[in-house]
Design a binder for this molecule. Structure first.
Ligand code: SAM
Length: 223
């Protein structure tokens, strides 16, 4: 698939998922672990970096709660998706805290420091050999105590078997995160039904997919 097709594919994914009342279990775990993480005081500067922000359904809530959000994505539809359905007066207030970088995460130029880095269901769609550089780039733009929450795919994931995505093993994960403490690893393997629309768009059908995902929360160590 070339870059244009890839962008088309992700743009339609974003259109389908925009403004769904989506909660990611990993984000819920982060909130439990770091109580009141989402509620910020007036003068605190809290910055999120989201690699592969997509529709921005989780990031939207943080934005509305006073956080600064930087979204990185190769799909241009991801730029405005986070602002979808936000009333104009609210939009005017939050927009100055939102930045979109239209880039592949393996090439992105970052600036400043982030407290919370999110990469949910996104990194496995790039190349495994880029992973150390992506993590090293993040490493240069976080503060001690910052949280990095991300999902990887395990080797039994259907997308990994079909080489659409790469897989990682649980043993590999701590080796990738030098300078970080791994606070949480949770692997779940389940079969889920992914909807697709038939060519004639008459019927929505479902494809069973083995979904082998590994949730990770790492915290940047003080040195
Ligand atoms: C499965 S979606 C996940 C979106 C969102 N993080 C979520 O959890 O709903 C993957 C996202 O990663 C983006 N993406 C895939 N490969 C990318 C790459 N190499 N660089 C930047 N973004 C990429 C896609 O455009 C898409 O928005």
């Amino acid at each position: 698939m070339d870059i244009i097709d890839l962008e088309k594919k992700w743009n339609s994914y974003i259109e389908e998922t925009v403004n769904t009342n989506f909660k990611h279990t990993l984000d819920e775990v982060v909130r439990q672990m770091f109580k009141n993480f989402v509620k910020v005081g007036n003068n605190e500067c809290k910055r999120i970096l989201s690699l592969g922000i997509g529709a921005g359904n989780i990031e939207r809530e943080y934005l509305l709660n006073g956080w600064y959000v930087t979204g990185v994505d190769i799909a241009d539809k991801a730029c405005d998706a986070i602002l979808h359905n936000i009333e104009n007066d609210v939009k005017n207030r939050v927009i100055e805290r939102y930045e979109f970088i239209w880039s592949a995460f393996e090439e992105v130029k970052l600036s400043g420091y982030y407290n919370y880095v999110i990469a949910f269901n996104s990194l496995p769609y790039s190349f495994k050999e880029d992973l150390p550089n992506i993590i090293s780039n993040v490493n240069n733009h976080v503060l001690p105590g910052s949280v990095f929450a991300l999902t990887f795919f395990g080797d039994t994931h259907d997308f990994v078997k079909k080489t659409v995505c790469y897989g990682v093993s649980e043993e590999e994960i701590p080796l990738l995160f030098t300078g970080w403490e791994i606070k949480h690893i949770n692997r779940v393997i389940e079969t889920i039904n992914i909807p697709y629309v038939t060519m004639r768009k008459k019927k929505k059908r479902y494809n069973p997919v083995v979904w082998d995902s590994i949730d990770v929360i790492a915290v940047k160590i003080w040195r």
